[in-house]
Design a protein around this ligand. Structure first.
Ligand code: OKP
Ligand code: ZN
Length: 343
């Protein structure tokens, strides 16, 4: 299995994030990708290639023009105002406030275009996210050219980013960009299976009223887990998208057997959909020792996940999402890919 490695990820290096009212060391660090790269290199799974430039257009198929303009210039604006270090939002247009007018104030626009204060916007956020999306488009090309699978090693992750906002460590929704590009290249039905511990609210929202992308996710119950405000089982799609969204929330601490039962259920739905391409939002924060998540998968479970996904039988594009037990991420990711490859 070929991999694309977004080596530009290093320029997105947050020092701290807000957690329980304090600044704590960031969880989403460059070291995460370093460990995966090391494990990939040691695995001999296949060639590891750099990303190539497909331009802004495929990103603009998913994200709003005003949001992208904001994101590209945000850090420079923050610095021009005297901001030091990373930028954080502090005010949001919640229910009852206007979100249809873009204020001039930078602080106001930070809130307009974000969903939480837990996502540091750094000097390199845009470049890292831009090249992450490019890497995903390269991975897509590999699969569209007929290979059975490809893996994209990138950060920051993407699945919380909506059409018009960043959050949950995410800025550009890589899975959505890849799915839309697949459709634009002529495919009719794309499935996204999100196995990250957290619900991919951005991906769901982007395709919620559409039948050409089926979004399915297994995740910590939003009643207690981030992103809290989306990811319930009764969210089944809207308009033409009714029946093309499937959520499998599980309580924190759920037994692994329940997780695999959800995987079977999700894949049964996707089998009926008969997608021409399966995109896997591959977060490995379902790992038992993940510091911010609450499932209990172990290395052999990750290998089994890969085997089950291989048995599904669709061309498969794996995109890296979360996973914060830094030193274990590489091993867990490679376990999934090896399970898939050897099945
Ligand atoms: C991104 B992905 C922990 C607070 C949690 C948001 C978590 C985003 C996870 N200090 N903040 O889905 O892995
Ligand atoms: Zn996650």
């Amino acid at each position: 299995m070929k991999s694309i490695y977004n080596h530009h990820h290093v320029v997105h290096a947050a020092t701290h994030e807000f957690f329980r009212g304090k600044l704590v060391p960031a969880f989403e660090t460059p070291a995460r990708a370093d460990y995966v790269l090391k494990a990939l290199q040691a695995s001999n799974l296949g060639e590891i290639l750099p990303p190539t430039d497909h331009g802004l257009a495929p990103i603009a198929r998913v994200h709003g023009e005003a949001y992208l303009r904001f994101l590209q210039g945000a850090y420079a604006e923050w610095r021009a105002l005297g901001g030091e270090g990373d930028a954080f939002p502090a005010v949001w247009p919640v229910k009852g406030l206007r979100n249809d007018v873009e204020p001039k104030s930078f602080a106001a626009r930070m809130g307009l275009y974000s969903m939480d204060s837990g996502t540091p916007l750094t000097a390199g956020s845009w470049d890292a996210a831009y090249w992450g999306a490019q890497a995903c488009l390269d991975g897509l090309d590999i699969v569209l050219r007929g290979e059975r699978s490809a893996y994209v090693l990138t950060r920051p992750p993407g699945h919380h980013a909506g059409a018009d906002f960043f959050g949950g460590y995410c800025f550009v929704n890589n899975a959505a960009v890849a799915a839309q590009a697949a459709l634009d290249s002529g495919l009719k039905r794309v499935a996204i299976l999100d196995v990250d511990f957290h619900h991919g609210n951005g991906t769901q929202a982007i395709f919620y009223d559409r039948a050409d992308v089926f979004y399915a996710s297994i995740h910590g119950d939003p009643m207690t887990e981030y992103p809290f405000f989306l990811g319930h089982a009764d969210e089944t799609g809207a308009g033409e998208g009714v029946g093309f969204n499937a959520n499998y929330p599980l309580p924190a601490g759920a037994p692994n057997a329940d997780w695999f039962a959800c995987l079977d259920a999700a894949l049964a739905r996707l089998r009926d959909y008969a997608p021409e391409l399966l995109i896997v939002s591959l977060g490995v924060d379902t790992y038992e020792d993940d510091p911010i998540s609450h499932f209990h998968l172990q290395p052999p479970d990750f290998e089994r996940m890969g085997q089950v996904l291989a048995a599904f039988g669709a061309p498969t594009l794996f995109l890296q999402e979360g996973g914060y037990a830094t030193e274990a991420i590489g091993h867990n990711v490679v376990a999934v890919l090896r399970g898939f490859q050897e099945a």
